[in-house]
Design a protein around this ligand. Structure first.
Ligand SMILES: [Zn+2]
Ligand SMILES: [Zn+2]
Length: 372
C-alpha cells in the first residue's frame, strides 16, 4: 500500500537495546538447527501461541480496550497477566494505544495506519521511542487499579518467567540442557514471534486485504484467513463498524474462536454480559445497500494525488508553488469529505427521525379512518 501520510521526523525506528532485542529474537529460532528439537517443543509452541492469542484478543483487545463484557477483579488481573506473557507490553499501554487507533482510524493522527507505510503499521511504530509510553489519559478506567499499573511497569517480568518455565519444562522432558534450549527456542521464542505478528497483522493487513461490508470512515476489512490466524480478529471491518461487541464475527459463518472461548467462560461464570451487535447496527451503513464508502473514497483520492505528485517529481521536479497547491488541495478535499460524511450521517438521522415522526402523526389518522 502506498504511504499517503507523511511521518514526522521523530517517527522512525530508534535502534536501542529493546529494539535490537526485539529484532534479534526473530533470528533466535534458527539456532534450533544446532540444538535439535524434541517433538514436545512443537506442542508447547501451539499451546503457547493459541492461549496467548486468546489472552490478547479476549483480554487486551475486547476487554481492556473496548469493555465488551464484564469480569471480576481477580479474573481481570489473570487475563492481563496472561496477555503480558506475550511480550506486547502492559495492558494499559496496549489498550490505550488501541483506543487511540479507534479514535483516529486512518486519519493523520492514527499512529499505525498503513497510510503511514505498510511496515510502519505492522511493526515500525512499536520500535519508535515516541510511542513507548502509556497514554494513561486514554485509559483512566483501568489505570486506577494498582495491580494493572504494576503489570504495565514491569511488563518484561511475565514473559521472562514464562521463558524460564518453558526451559525447565524442556529440561524435565529431555533431560539435557541442550534439549531444554531447543524446547525454549521453538516452544517459547517461535510462538512469541508468531503471536507478535498475529497482532501486527490486524493493524496492517486487516486494513489492506479483504472485503468491506460496512461503510466505515477507515480502511478496515473482513478477512477469513486473518480471522483464522488471529482468533477471530480478521473481521476487522465488522469491528470498526461496531467496536462495542464481544464478538467480531457477526454471523455464524464468521469464525471467531475468541468469542467461542468467551462464551464458554460465561457459561461457567468466569465472565458475564457479553455484548452482541444490535439488529439495527447490522443493517446500518451496508455498502451493498448503497451506503457511501467515504473511508475508501478518501483513501483512493489520497493515492491518486500522491501518484500525481510522484509522477511530477520524477518528471523533473515540482515547483514549490505547485507542491504547495497540491498539498492544499489534499487538505481541502479531506475537509470536504469530513463535511460530507457528517452531513450524510446527519441526513440519515434526519430521515429516520422524519419517518418516525410521520409514522407517529399518521397513526391517529389511520385509527380514526378505521373507526369511521
Ligand atoms: Zn483497525
Ligand atoms: Zn479494536
Amino acid at each position: 500500500m502506498t504511504a499517503t501520510i507523511q511521518r514526522a521526523p521523530d517517527e522512525k525506528v530508534n535502534w536501542r537495546l529493546g529494539t535490537v532485542l526485539f529484532a534479534g529474537i526473530h533470528l533466535l529460532p534458527f539456532a534450533a538447527i544446532y540444538t535439535g528439537v524434541h517433538w514436545s517443543a512443537w506442542i508447547i509452541m501451539a499451546v503457547l501461541y493459541f492461549s496467548r492469542v486468546f489472552f490478547l484478543t479476549g483480554g487486551y483487545h475486547r476487554y481492556f480496550s473496548h469493555r465488551t463484557y464484564r469480569m471480576g477483579r481477580v479474573m481481570q488481573f489473570l487475563m492481563a497477566l496472561g496477555a503480558t506473557t506475550a511480550g506486547q507490553k502492559g495492558p494499559l499501554w496496549w489498550a490505550a494505544h488501541h483506543r487511540h487507533h479507534h479514535k483516529y482510524s486512518d486519519e493523520y493522527e492514527d499512529i499505525h495506519s498503513p497510510k503511514r507505510g505498510f511496515w510502519w503499521s505492522h511493526m515500525g511504530w512499536i520500535m519508535c521511542k515516541k510511542y513507548e509510553h502509556t497514554q494513561t489519559d486514554l485509559i483512566p478506567d483501568f489505570a486506577k487499579y494498582p495491580e494493572l499499573r504494576l503489570l504495565d511497569k514491569f511488563d518484561m517480568v511475565p514473559p521472562l518467567m514464562l521463558g524460564i518455565a518453558v526451559w525447565l519444562l524442556g529440561y524435565l522432558i529431555t533431560g539435557t540442557a541442550m534439549g531444554a534450549t531447543g524446547v525454549l527456542l521453538i516452544g517459547f521464542f517461535l510462538s512469541t514471534i508468531f503471536t507478535w505478528h498475529s497482532t501486527f497483522t490486524v493493524n496492517s493487513l486487516a486494513h489492506v486485504f479483504g472485503r468491506r461490508r460496512f461503510a466505515t470512515r477507515d480502511t478496515s476489512r473482513n478477512n477469513l484467513w486473518i480471522a483464522l490466524a488471529t482468533g477471530g480478529e480478521g473481521w476487522h471491518n465488522n469491528h470498526h463498524h461496531y467496536p462495542g461487541a464481544a464478538c467480531q464475527g457477526f454471523y455464524w459463518w464468521e469464525i471467531d474462536t475468541t468469542y467461542y472461548v468467551l462464551k464458554l467462560m460465561s457459561k461457567v461464570g468466569l465472565v458475564s454480559g457479553l455484548r452482541r451487535p444490535p439488529e439495527h447496527i447490522l443493517q446500518k451503513h451496508l455498502i451493498k445497500q448503497g451506503a457511501a464508502d467515504l473511508g475508501m473514497f478518501q483513501t483512493h483520492w489520497e493515492r491518486a494525488v500522491k501518484a500525481l505528485a510522484d509522477a511530477q517529481a520524477r518528471a523533473g521536479g515540482m515547483a514549490a508553488e505547485q507542491k504547495q497547491a497540491l498539498e492544499e488541495l489534499l487538505v481541502s478535499t479531506r475537509a470536504k469529505i469530513e463535511e460530507l460524511a457528517k452531513a450524510s450521517a446527519e441526513k440519515a438521522g434526519d430521515i429516520a427521525r422524519a419517518s418516525a415522526e410521520k409514522a407517529a402523526s399518521l397513526m391517529p389518522q389511520q385509527e380514526a379512518e378505521a373507526v369511521s
